[in-house]
Design a protein around this ligand. Structure first.
Ligand code: FAD
Length: 279
């Protein structure tokens, strides 16, 4: 399949030289597939503002369009304005705007903005239309939301505040995505909603992430993964098969693209990419 779908890739800032070397190796392999853009997380896992900016620069130097994630929790307007200005000077045109979780890369507890919708509005107020703004969507509901309907309204608020497109939390049940898109469209949301895709490589890590972010691992996937025990090769092969099938279903049924959470590993994302014949 020669693709008109926008495929993007997410990386996180490396913590040391060895991790940076690994990131560069992975990024070079993955950039050869010509993703639409790459993004770099902020704050998650203890990374810092400088770590995100440096990693964005590193990826820009490898020749790709790189988008920093920016979270507002714990930050003042002055700090956010400063970051936006420096990204603008760096030639960045796309930002993933988030609330974030505490503790955040901003460090402080003096946050002036409490939700991503306020951050989106602030970016528009401060930087006009300079940035293409991505926001997060939750097909299986954000874990802190009081209910699915309220969470959808909060998502709609982010779009009305000026978001250009959305990337979803990962999920393993395509129906949750299609339902979320349908409910968003019914509320007048017409921006692209790109599914976030989490490759499966490590059961313990996946279970930990999923507990935190509220992504359901279907029972049959849990049981299959449990059977594999420490057999990493079988877990990877099974993961590529399951995630390729999910991704194909999403693309065949209207998803405008895919956003891969690479976890700075090239191998599995490349294997899925090839299965999907995206290049
Ligand atoms: P919001 O949209 O603000 O929503 C957060 C919660 O508040 C939801 O439960 C929502 O329903 C509720 N809410 C929103 N508005 C209101 C309101 N007005 N009144 C009451 N409740 C409201 N985290 C990081 O730390 N760094 C990253 O780089 C990062 N990247 C991510 C990328 C993607 C694609 C995704 C899906 C998530 C990412 N996260 C990241 C995780 C994210 O920061 C967390 O999920 C966080 O808890 C919520 O962020 P948000 O932008 O979705 O928040």
């Amino acid at each position: 399949m020669s693709s008109t779908k926008a495929i993007s890739l997410e990386f996180f800032p490396p913590r040391d030289i060895a991790a940076q070397e690994k990131l560069v190796r992975s990024a070079k392999q993955l950039l050869a597939l010509h993703p639409a853009y790459v993004s770099v997380t902020f704050g998650a896992g203890g990374s810092t503002r400088t770590g995100t900016a440096d990693t964005v620069r590193l990826l820009q130097n490898l020749g790709c369009d790189a988008a920093p994630h920016l979270s507002c929790i714990g930050a003042t307007r002055a700090v956010l304005a400063d970051i936006l200005d420096s990204y603008r000077e760096q030639g960045i045109r796309r930002i993933v705007a988030l609330r974030g979780d505490l503790p955040s890369g901003m460090g402080g507890d003096q946050g002036e903005l409490h939700y991503a919708s306020e951050l989106v509005a602030f970016i528009r107020q401060h930087s006009g239309d300079w940035f293409h703004i991505e926001v997060a969507g939750y097909p299986e509901m954000h874990p802190q939301a009081p209910g699915a309907a309220a969470d959808l309204d909060h998502f709609v608020n982010k779009v009305r505040a000026g978001a250009n497109s959305a990337i979803t939390q990962y999920f393993f049940n395509a129906d949750a995505y299609f339902d979320f898109v349908d409910r968003s469209r019914a509320k007048g949301v017409d921006i692209p909603i790109v599914p976030g895709i989490m490759p499966i490589t490590n059961y313990a890590q996946l279970a930990r992430f999923s507990n935190m972010c509220g992504a359901e691992i279907p029972r049959w996937i849990r049981l299959r993964l449990a059977d594999f025990g420490d057999d990493k090769a079988s877990i990877k092969a099974f993961g590529v098969e399951v995630i390729s099938r999910l991704s194909q279903d999403l693309l065949d049924n209207g998803a405008p693209g895919l956003h891969f959470y690479t976890l700075n590993n090239a191998e599995v994302t490349m294997a899925i990419w090839r299965q999907l014949r995206l290049d």
